[in-house]
Design a binder for this molecule. Structure first.
Ligand code: SAM
Length: 200
C-alpha cells in the first residue's frame, strides 16, 4: 500500500514551543477539534504527548488521506479519524467540544472564511471552552519582522483575499462570538499563539 503521509519541516520545528503553551491552555480540556490539520503531524504529536485529550483532526477533504495515514502509523487511542471540515460550510461535523486548535490557517483563508471560522467556533465551543490559534499576526498593520512583511506580500500576490491578519481584527471576531482573549504568547520565527476562552 502507498504511504501518503506528508511531512512539514515547519511542523517539526514549531510543535515543541506550541506544546508548551497547549499543556497549560488545555490542562482542563477533554476534547480538541483541530481545524486545518494539514499533514496531520501536529495531531499525531499532540495526541501522543497530551493523552488526557481526545484529539479530532479535520481539514478540507483533499487532506484527509494524508492525516489518516499518519493516524494509522501511530495507532493512538485518543486520536480520532480525520473528518472533513470546510469552515465555509454551515454545518461542522462536531456538536460540541471544549477545546479548539488551529495553526497557520487564518492567513491562508480569505477574510470571509476567517469570519466563518469564528462563526463556527461560536457554535461548537462549549461555555468555558478554550480556543488556541497559532500563526503570524500583525499589530495594527505593523508586522513583527521584515520576514513577516515579505510573507504577507507573497501571500497577497498569490491570493489577494489571504494575508497576515491583525490580531485586533481577529480578536473583534472572537469577541463577537463571546470569547475573551486570555493569552498572547510570542513564539519562534515571529509567530504568536493567541488563547481565548468562551465566556460562560
Ligand atoms: C498552511 S496549512 C497549515 C496546516 C497545519 N495546520 C500546519 O500548521 O502545518 C493551511 C491549512 O488550512 C486549511 N484550510 C484552508 N482553507 C480552509 C477552509 N476553508 N476550511 C478548513 N481548512 C482550510 C488548508 O487545507 C491547510 O491544511
Amino acid at each position: 500500500m502507498t504511504d501518503c503521509r506528508q511531512y512539514s519541516e515547519a511542523c517539526a520545528r514549531n510543535r515543541g514551543p506550541i506544546l508548551e503553551v497547549l499543556r497549560n491552555a488545555f490542562s482542563a480540556t477533554t476534547t480538541v477539534l483541530e481545524v486545518g490539520a494539514g499533514t496531520g503531524e501536529h495531531a499525531v504529536f499532540f495526541a501522543g504527548v497530551l493523552p488526557h485529550l481526545l484529539w479530532q483532526p479535520t481539514d478540507v477533504a483533499a487532506h484527509l488521506p494524508g492525516i489518516a495515514a499518519w493516524r494509522d502509523a501511530v495507532a493512538l487511542p485518543n486520536l480520532r479519524a480525520p473528518l472533513a471540515l470546510d469552515v465555509d460550510a454551515g454545518d461542522w461535523p462536531v456538536a460540541e467540544v471544549d477545546g479548539l486548535f488551529t495553526a497557520n490557517t487564518l492567513h491562508i483563508m480569505s477574510w470571509r472564511s476567517v469570519r466563518h471560522f469564528f462563526g463556527g467556533v461560536g457554535r461548537v465551543l462549549a461555555p468555558g471552552g478554550v480556543l488556541a490559534v497559532y500563526g503570524p499576526f500583525s499589530d495594527d498593520g505593523r508586522h513583527a519582522a521584515a520576514s513577516n512583511a515579505h510573507f504577507d506580500a507573497f501571500l497577497r500576490a498569490r491570493d489577494p483575499s489571504s494575508g497576515v491578519r491583525d490580531w485586533q481584527a481577529v480578536d473583534q471576531l472572537a469577541a463577537a462570538q463571546g470569547l475573551s482573549l486570555t493569552g498572547d504568547h510570542a513564539m519562534p520565527a515571529n509567530n504568536r499563539m493567541l488563547i481565548w476562552r468562551h465566556n460562560l
